[in-house]
Unconditional design. Sequence first.
Length: 85
Amino acid sequence: MANGEKKFEDELKDLEAVVARIDSGELSLEESIDAFERGIGLVRVLNHKLDEIEKKVEVLVRNAQGELRATPYQNPAEEKDDDEF
């Protein structure tokens, strides 16, 4: 993790706090818009982090001989898209 970069869990808590502030109904229109923009930014950061993590994940697969081997993670939705062509 780079210096100054927040953990995924911390940014998720920040997003939850932003949503709670918006849901409270106590913000002015301008404050609500600012909070919404902050929330959108957090969603983008969190999605980027999830994409990076997904690229790093490996799944252990047992081959025909019963040996475990590491293979890159492939999203089942991506496999379905590949089969359509």
